[in-house]
Design a protein around this ligand. Structure first.
Ligand code: AHR
Length: 520
């Protein structure tokens, strides 16, 4: 269809009005007329679960004997919540843990599995009771693609090649026979594989020049037989603005053995003074937003390097760790990275997801760190209780963009001002799906100002709009086990559609999703 019609017919005008100063900025939304806008890959909405703190043990996994309702040891309430989210993929088992993980420790009878020490995260004893079968069966249950992080730091080429054979080989082979012996006949057919994690740091403190050769060797022995299109191999990527890392990877790894290059960026105020997760100051809020906005610049600059070596955009940028990182909650183990989740986190999520959507020509996957009880979690648990965080609600509101076609737009945002500094207050992204529905997601990070957006959508032929908003009185507001619905999305009516002009009033610290139903 309709896409070409969409491309030629849309000439949108976005008018932004900052109500406080009565100024109006009129900006044309630019459309890419010479090529089709990209599809927003649903994998941008991916998640990450590491053997860290209470993410797996005491989070996802309570064991089959638990009084907490479970399917094969995994909490049914978490499974239901993640299904509701339409979780597209899950990265496991790390993180830093991945480069200490020997997968054979985690298969076979549970009572015969060896223990190891989780040296990265609190030196706790890991009994390997949650292993490959548990994880891959969970992904099947969720309808999510597994993304396995291979051990390069302390593993061997043979070990990773064996893992691929164990999970994927259909016929008779040493590893597929072992899989059958361990109770699983059908191959899981895992497509997404990370070759190491943070190879510049916890994954081995390598130089990029050394890692590229290590990558080439590992990738050579990972067989993609039986997987349509072959394995999707992801190189351990840069931290933040380490552009040299991306440059060397793109230059020195042959692109036929490289499907994705990773990037990690956390919205952390200062690694030595991260600040509290809930009782933060405006200064800390502003700085978190500043760090969060860095994602835009990082994607642009890493993409520019990738474009130089891969103008046809065959290699994808995979932001496989992102999110807010604060001090742990008082009284909790520092190595467990357990933090609460407020409207500030909703702002990080809304902003970053809009940024990813708008760069969906290169960004094809992203993984929020981490799913349960760790960092910017979508779910927190306490014994039998579970709550959904503000971040969960944003991820759910935005899942309307999964595999929809981006509607590219650009505008000059009004500013969120703080003590002589300023940041763009708004991020917006839009898409149209196969059911002819148009969706807009808008995030206003401004702590004090309401901003009004006017979109000329006449050419979209939208006749009916409905919306939801996530906002709260205070940016510190969050859900607790006593008040799990303190922050939750509500119907949003603060918009007008008249003569093809859509006027939306965005309250301070808010995330809005609008669904436009097209005329037939
Ligand atoms: O997500 C927590 C840790 O952050 C991961 O293990 C590591 O990859 C990153 O440094």
């Amino acid at each position: 269809m309709k896409v070409s019609k969409l491309r030629t017919s849309i000439s949108l005008l976005l008018i932004l009005t900052t109500t406080c100063i009565w100024s109006q900025t009129v900006v044309k939304i630019k459309l890419t007329l010479d090529s089709e806008p990209p599809i927003i890959n649903k994998h941008i909405y991916g998640h990450f679960a590491e053997h860290l703190g209470r993410c797996i043990y005491g989070g996802f996994y309570v064991g089959e004997e638990s009084t907490v309702p479970n399917i094969a040891g995994v909490r049914t309430d978490i499974i239901a919540a993640l299904k509701e989210l339409k979780i597209p993929n899950l990265r496991w088992p790390g993180g830093c843990f991945a480069d200490t993980y020997h997968w054979k420790d985690g298969v076979g009878p549970k009572n015969e599995r060896p223990t190891i020490v989780n040296t990265w995260w609190g030196d706790v004893t890991e009994d390997n009771s949650f292993g490959t079968h548990d994880f891959l069966n969970l992904c099947e249950e969720l309808g999510a693609e597994p993304y396995l992080s291979g051990n390069v730091g302390s593993g061997t080429v043979q070990e990773l090649a064996d893992w691929v054979q164990y999970t994927n080989f259909v016929g008779t082979s040493p590893m597929s026979d072992l899989r059958v012996q361990n109770g699983r006949t059908d191959a899981w057919k895992v497509k997404y594989w990370g070759i190491g994690n943070e190879a510049w740091g916890c994954g081995g403190n390598m130089r990029a020049e050394h890692y590229v050769d290590v990558y080439r060797k590992y990738a050579t022995f990972m067989s993609g037989s039986g997987i349509e299109g072959g394995l999707y191999k992801i190189a351990s990527g840069a931290s933040d603005a380490n552009y040299h890392w991306t440059e060397v990877l793109m230059r020195d790894i042959p692109h036929h053995m490289l499907q994705g290059v990773a990037l990690h960026h956390y919205s952390v105020i200062d690694w030595s003074a991260k600040g509290p997760a809930t009782a933060f100051t405006e200064e800390q809020y502003f700085t978190t937003m500043e760090r969060s906005w860095l994602m835009e610049e990082l994607i642009q600059k890493h993409t520019a390097i990738m474009d130089k070596y891969d103008p046809e955009k065959k290699v994808d940028l995979i932001v496989d760790e992102w999110g807010g990182w604060y001090n742990v909650e008082e009284g909790t183990e520092p190595g467990f990275l357990y933090q609460q989740n407020t409207m500030r986190d909703a702002m990080i999520a809304g902003m970053n997801l809009n940024i990813f959507n708008n760069h969906s020509d290169r960004v094809k996957m992203a993984n929020l760190a981490q799913t349960v009880n760790v960092l910017q979690a979508v779910i927190l648990t306490e014994n039998e209780k579970m709550l959904l965080t503000p971040t969960y609600h944003v991820m759910k509101m935005y899942n309307v963009h999964h595999d929809a076609r981006l509607i590219p737009l650009s505008f000059d945002s009004p500013k969120y001002e703080y003590k002589g500094k300023s940041l763009p207050a708004l991020t917006i992204s839009a898409s149209k799906n196969a059911q002819r529905e148009t969706h807009f997601t808008l995030t206003n990070i401004d702590l004090k100002q309401t901003h009004t957006v006017i979109l000329d959508i006449a050419s979209l032929k939208i006749e009916k709009i409905e919306g939801k908003v996530l906002t709260s009185e205070k940016v510190h507001d969050h859900n607790t086990f006593d008040y799990p619905n303190n922050v939750h999305p509500k119907d949003f009516k603060n918009f007008k559609l008249k003569n093809g002009k859509l006027e939306i009033v965005l309250p301070p610290v808010s995330v809005v999703v609008l669904k436009g139903l097209n005329r037939r």
